[in-house]
Design a protein around this ligand. Structure first.
Ligand code: BG6
Length: 493
């Protein structure tokens, strides 16, 4: 299939969706800890409190997701359910789960460190030793089975205290606070962790600025500044990693989906180009090392002025990301023509329905073949090693009476996705480092906060309200993926 001998096969997770133990052993709250569960037809809610004691909630809306009253601050309230508080309890099941990953033959396990487990408010003088020790034990467990951990430093995980105090990443103060956090973990886990990424789906600053950057006032100006601050913080992370341990590699993590024009009208092609620029701007800076002209022009037109320093640009050019990792679940379709057939997608990416593709129960188009396109587009533009760090199929899996889960639809999707990656590698010569499908084990959905929307190879007995035994059961895809890994992608049957 063309995959390298040391191809990094595995699965991915994120602390706020998987770990649980949200207030244990000194962990502070983070952005997602104040988001309730929702459903396909019901948005998640941000709950809040005012100084006079009034409480309430505001729907979380993609694009401009944070609309709580100006005089309120996000808060946990009784009578609401917050799925990040339990996740699927990796906190107490990590040995069992890593054992299951080892059984599948994982070479790599992508997880995130929760910043507020290390610095509960994001700005303490000293880190929380218990938090540091928790991840140390996880990494030790991984190495017991020769599994390489791949760590996201911030997966929708800005400490809530920094959100309340600074309004999130639009404040430059977060750059140095983040630097302190990453230097702490780089030093602590030196020799244990080689692969890192900074911000999960860094372009969430456009699509979901509260999730991506903890922004409480997501104006275009604040989003531009938030992105700039995260770019600088990412370059500082690359610089620190290389200094602390030259073996470390720090990548970008981008949400990338190919976009198709609905018609061959030239106006539709321009629409696609503009939408691509909105995403690729993030990799042009973080991987390419410089602001592209189209973005500078946009800022000029919109009157956006960055609070920047000349040395920011030196850092960006000198310390770009070592590799480009990305999530890709599906494609989307755009048109300038009237079309009311609206589609749904990751991070609220909308557009219109693709008549050639089926959708899942959440309206996301099933397009595993788009991976070849995505890989070629990114490889041609950057010529940096690529890594598919998220890809998979969300489904309402059914646990049968005999404790089996027959997820043949997931096997079908993953089979096609791996074939598509193989074409990109074998036919087109793309340099692909690895594949960490989403998700190794069932976890809470980011978009809807449900348990019902499952992606895992391992089923977890837990419902939307966090009730269940948390027992783990292997799905049919478990042994299928095991065969894929042992054959280095050759056996997809
Ligand atoms: C990605 C995120 O956007 O998509 C994950 O990095 C998320 O956190 C995944 O879970 C799938 O999205 P959803 O909304 O189906 O959970």
């Amino acid at each position: 299939m063309g995959f390298k001998k040391d191809f990094l096969w595995g699965g991915a997770t994120a602390a706020n969706q998987y770990e649980g133990g949200y207030d244990q052993d000194g962990k502070g709250l983070n952005a997602i800890d104040v988001l309730t569960n929702g459903a396909v037809d019901r948005p998640r809610l941000v709950t809040w409190k005012k100084e006079d004691g009034t409480t309430g909630n505001s729907p979380f809306v993609w694009g401009g997701d944070f609309n709580i009253p100006a005089d309120a601050t996000p808060a946990i309230l009784s009578d609401y359910h917050y799925p990040s508080h339990h996740g699927t309890d990796f906190y107490h099941h990590y040995k069992e789960d890593i054992g299951l990953m080892a059984e599948m033959g994982f070479k790599v396990f992508r997880l995130s460190i929760s910043w507020s487990r290390i610095f509960p408010n994001g700005d303490e003088e000293e880190p929380n030793e218990t938090g540091l020790n928790f991840y140390k034990q996880i990494f030790e467990e991984c190495h017991k089975y020769h599994i390489e951990p791949m760590v996201t430093l911030s997966h929708y995980d800005t400490p809530l205290a920094l959100i309340k105090r600074y309004g999130g990443w639009s404040d430059r103060k977060l750059i140095n606070l983040f630097e302190k956090y990453v230097v702490t973990v780089f030093k602590y886990y030196k020799g244990q962790v080689k692969y890192w990424t900074t911000f999960n789906e860094i372009n969430a600053m456009t699509l979901a600025p509260y999730m991506g950057g903890g922004l409480t006032d997501p104006t275009p100006q604040n989003r531009a500044q938030g992105a700039h601050n995260q770019f600088v913080a990412s370059s500082l992370a690359v610089k620190a990693a290389h200094r602390i341990d030259p073996e470390m590699k720090v990548g970008q993590m981008l949400a990338y989906s190919p976009i198709y024009p609905y018609t061959c009208d030239p106006a539709d092609q321009v629409e696609i180009m503009k939408a691509q620029q909105e995403t690729l701007f993030y990799s042009d800076v973080q991987v390419g090392g410089r602001y592209p002209e189209y973005r500078l022009k946009k800022y000029e037109r919109e009157g956006i002025k960055l609070d920047d320093r000349p040395q920011d640009y030196e850092l960006l050019a000198e310390y770009p990301a070592d590799f480009l990792s990305f999530s890709c679940y599906s494609s989307s379709v755009l048109t300038t023509h009237a079309n009311d057939d609206h589609a749904a997608g990751n991070l609220g990416v909308a557009g219109v329905t693709n008549p050639y593709l089926e959708t899942n129960a959440w309206g996301w188009a099933t397009d595993p073949d788009c991976l070849r396109l995505a890989l070629n587009i990114l490889w041609d533009r950057y010529h940096k090693p690529l890594w598919v760090v998220e890809n998979g199929l969300g489904w309402a899996d059914k646990l049968e009476d005999d404790h089996k889960i027959h997820d043949d639809y997931r096997i079908k999707y993953l089979r096609a996705a791996i074939s598509s990656m193989s074409d990109a590698v074998k036919i087109d010569g793309v340099d692909l480092m690895g594949y960490t499908m989403w998700s190794a084990v069932d976890l809470v959905s980011n978009g809807t906060g449900e348990m019902k929307k499952r992606y895992g190879l391992v089923y977890v007995d837990c419902n939307d309200l966090g009730n269940g035994t948390m027992k783990r059961y292997k799905k049919d895809s478990f042994s299928w993926y095991q065969r894929v890994i042992v054959s280095n992608g050759a056996d997809l049957k």
